[in-house]
Design a protein around this ligand. Structure first.
Ligand code: CP
Ligand code: NVA
Length: 301
């Protein structure tokens, strides 16, 4: 199978990623100007969601509609995928009809297997391991507000989770320094640490990690699928809340990002997420524009 997939950020080269971010900004401006652009007329995106979603689902559906195509929402509750039909068979069948498939699932190996048997591009809409679509939006947002991120310092506070892993990939591809402040036992995966070692530093002290940083990012303490660990995680992560005091250690024009959904009073204080340095609403909206750039990149010759 020769389809070009987007399973992790590193499926793009540095140049492709940069070009895609600039394209997302151009598509956003075009939309704002009321210009119609429909390069995917009658094309169909199938979306398989094995976990909940607001932003990912709506941004892909709206993006396909604006491009003149369609998106189909599939959940395991009402498809044969939830009744044990093999992934390989589902991938073959869905890709024989749809032009592109987005998958949000648990194990990363599952989306890799799906892609192996898909004859059309597969997009990762989040796995336990990575969340590359969110990084397209985050990097677009930084570019819009502050220009190129190359050479800057970004600080990740909290869990070494799927979002953290994709930030590590972004650090390497876009050449910025990533400080990762996480409690012991919640480090990012070893394979990600080894692959991005030149651009990351793991620290325990969130204050040290935020010093002179240009962008502070956090995420939920318990990701989807970890709900039963909530209480234990609340204790471990308590010193890692992003507060105004922490933001004050960062550079004066530092931005705050969070992929959302957020829990005010847990990973971030209301004062920060609703404050002047927060760009979370632009970040959420940019899911639409960045993924349209991705769909165009994967599907338009
Ligand atoms: N940030 C993000 O992926 O949001 P959803 O879970 O709502 O799609
Ligand atoms: N780390 C979070 C991101 C949600 C968009 C999760 O996996 O639940």
């Amino acid at each position: 199978m020769t389809a070009r997939h987007f399973l992790t950020l590193t499926d793009l080269s540095s140049d492709e990623l940069s070009a895609l971010l600039h394209r997302a900004i151009a598509l956003k401006a075009q939309l704002r100007n009321g210009e119609s652009y429909q390069p995917l007329k009658n094309r169909v995106l199938a979306m398989v969601f094995e976990k909940s979603s607001t932003r990912t689902r709506v941004s892909f559906e709206v993006g396909m509609a604006q491009f003149g195509g369609y998106a189909i929402f599939l959940s395991p509750r009402d498809t044969q995928l939830g009744r044990g039909e093999p992934i390989e068979d589902s991938a073959r069948v869905l890709s024989s009809m749809a032009d592109c498939i987005m998958v949000r699932t648990f194990e990363h190996e599952k989306i890799e297997r799906f892609a192996e048997f898909s004859s059309v591009p597969v997009i990762n809409g989040l796995t336990d391991e990575v969340h590359p679509c969110q990084l397209l939006a985050d990097m677009q947002t930084y570019l819009e507000h502050r220009g190129e991120i190359r050479g800057k310092t970004v600080t990740w506070i909290g869990d070494g989770n799927n979002m953290c892993h994709s930030y590590m990939h972004a650090a390497q591809l876009l050449d910025f320094k990533l400080n990762i402040a996480c409690p012991e036992g919640y480090d990012p995966g070893q394979e990600f640490v080894e692959a991005t070692a030149s651009h990351i530093e793991i620290m325990r002290d969130p204050v040290m990690a935020c010093k002179d940083s240009d962008l502070i990012v956090t995420d939920v303490w318990a990701s989807m699928g970890q709900e039963e660990e909530q209480a234990r995680r609340e204790t471990a992560f308590a010193p890692y809340q992003v507060t105004a005091d922490l933001m004050n250690v960062a550079s004066t024009d530092a931005l705050f990002m969070h992929c959302l959904p957020a829990h005010r009073g847990e990973e971030v204080s209301a004062e920060v997420i609703d404050g002047s340095q927060s760009v979370v609403w632009d970040e959420a909206e940019n899911r639409l524009h960045a993924q349209k750039a991705l769909l165009e990149f994967l599907l338009v010759e």
